[in-house]
Write a protein of this length. Structure first.
Length: 153
C-alpha cells in the first residue's frame, strides 16, 4: 500500500517512519538478458544458465545494477507525494549489494524515510529502499534515494 503525502512539506512529520512495501516482482532470465543487452554486461554469471549452474551461485544472478534500477519501479509504489509541480530524482547516497539475486527470485522494495530538508523552492527527502529477496534474510540491495519535490504554485 502506497503512503500518500498531501504536500511535500508533510514529509517532515514522517521522518523515521517505515513507508511500506512495493509489489513483489519476479526476476526472470528475460529481464536479466534485456538488462545485459542494454548495458553491454554479458558476464556469464548473468546470461549463461548452463555455465552459471556450475558457478559460485548455482544459477544466473541479476546484475547488481539491475537490482538497483528496480528502485525506480518500487519507489512510486511505496510513496506518493501530492501537491507538487514536479518531483525529481536528485541522486543516491550509500548503495550496497548484500546478497545476490538468483534468477527466478521474487523481490520487493521496502522504504523508510530517513530525512527531509528544505531546499530552494521545495524539499529534499532521503528514502532508504531495501530490496528484499523472498525467502532470504539478506537483501539484494540497500540504497539511500534522494528526491526533490517542488510544491504547486
Amino acid at each position: 500500500m502506497t503512503t500518500v503525502f498531501k504536500t511535500p512539506f508533510a514529509l517532515k512529520e514522517a521522518v523515521g517512519q517505515h513507508l511500506g512495501y512495493s509489489d513483489w516482482l519476479i526476476i526472470d532470465q528475460d529481464r536479466i538478458n534485456l538488462f545485459a543487452d542494454a548495458t553491454g554486461d554479458h558476464q556469464w554469471i548473468h546470461v549463461d544458465p548452463e555455465k552459471a549452474k556450475d558457478g559460485p551461485f548455482g544459477a544466473c544472478i541479476a546484475h547488481g545494477y539491475l537490482t538497483l534500477s528496480l528502485v525506480n519501479l518500487f519507489l512510486p509504489q511505496i510513496i506518493d507525494v501530492q501537491g507538487i509541480s514536479m518531483g525529481v530524482n536528485y541522486g543516491l547516497g550509500k548503495v550496497r549489494f548484500p546478497a545476490p539475486v538468483p534468477v527466478g527470485s521474487s523481490v520487493r522494495g521496502g522504504g523508510q524515510l530517513i530525512s527531509v530538508e528544505d531546499v530552494k523552492g521545495g524539499v529534499q527527502s532521503v528514502v532508504q529502499i531495501t530490496v528484499e529477496i523472498e525467502g532470504n534474510d539478506r537483501p539484494g540491495c540497500v540504497v539511500d534515494t534522494i528526491s526533490r519535490y517542488f510544491p504547486e504554485k
